[in-house]
Design a protein around this ligand. Structure first.
Ligand SMILES: Nc1nc2c(ncn2[C@@H]2O[C@H](COP(=O)(O)OP(=O)(O)OP(=O)(O)O)[C@@H](O)[C@H]2O)c(=O)[nH]1
Ligand SMILES: [Mg+2]
Length: 228
């Protein structure tokens, strides 16, 4: 699906040739605008959680649920994007939060149409925060708006401190970058300060937080950033 991203709009004499990328992305943007309007009308804040496979996205959601500062877990809902299996949605359901799995087959990112379809199957009554865990990938999801209000990007300590500078497209769209699995810092040569600095060279607006889902560290700060 991502091959289209390499195509471009170009001129052939007086003709403007619009390659598939343009129409694909503009259709996606159009539909994401409708999703955003629907979320706004319901008073729901949407959060697009992105990051590499295994960066700890679902573990982060589980711990966010454990430390939810609100009154009622019915205020949360999660859409889970994966190529295959319902395992992540099952993990969220086991925490007592409504969740809907989206299986993409071979697509390396969610799209607004997949999200719109999945939302048909979820009751949004009383929901205040909707998390969408994107397919594990540090590039493709950054191109496809989902109608959410905030982009949360997980980069885990074992991946290495050079990942933000090597995958800047994802960092560029981030509102919050979470450096996950901080309990593993003693075991990896991960330079937190250099990583933070390189994230800010790419995107000086991004807030950088450090969390450990395993220990529960940094989660209340993350909730503060998400609810701001
Ligand atoms: N030590 C440690 N391990 C963690 C932490 N968070 C997640 N893990 C482990 O990292 C692995 C991947 O975690 P997941 O939460 O499934 O990662 P994910 O990003 O949701 O993975 P995909 O959905 O497959 O892309 C699991 O073995 C987790 O137990 C953490 O804070 N500390
Ligand atoms: Mg996951």
């Amino acid at each position: 699906m991502c091959e289209e991203i390499h195509n471009h709009t170009h001129h052939d004499g007086n003709r403007l040739i619009v390659e598939p990328q343009q129409s694909l992305l503009s259709n996606n943007d159009h539909l994401s605008g409708h999703i955003r309007k629907r979320l706004d009308s319901l008073g729901i804040r949407g959060i697009n959680l992105m990051g590499s496979p295994g960066s700890g996205k679902t573990a982060l959601l589980e711990t966010l649920i454990d430390q939810y500062p609100g009154d009622d877990l019915a205020e949360l809902a999660v859409l889970e994007g994966d190529l295959a299996t319902n395992r992540d949605a099952d993990r969220i359901l086991a925490k007592g939060v409504k969740a809907q799995q989206i299986t993409t087959g071979s697509a390396c990112h969610l799209s607004a149409s997949l999200v719109a379809e999945a939302l048909i199957g979820v009751s949004l009554e009383g929901v205040k925060t909707l998390f969408i865990e994107n397919v594990g990938n540090l590039v493709c999801p950054s191109k496809f708006a989902l109608g959410t209000h905030m982009n949360l990007v997980a980069v885990s300590i074992p991946e290495g401190d050079d990942k933000p500078i090597k995958y800047p497209v994802m960092i560029r769209v981030a509102d919050v970058v979470v450096l996950t699995k901080a309990d593993l810092l003693p075991h990896f040569d991960f330079n937190l300060e250099r990583c933070r600095q390189e994230i800010h060279e790419i995107n000086h607006h991004a807030q950088v937080l450090v969390t450990s889902a395993k220990k529960g560290d940094g989660i209340s700060e993350l909730w503060q950033a998400l609810l701001k």
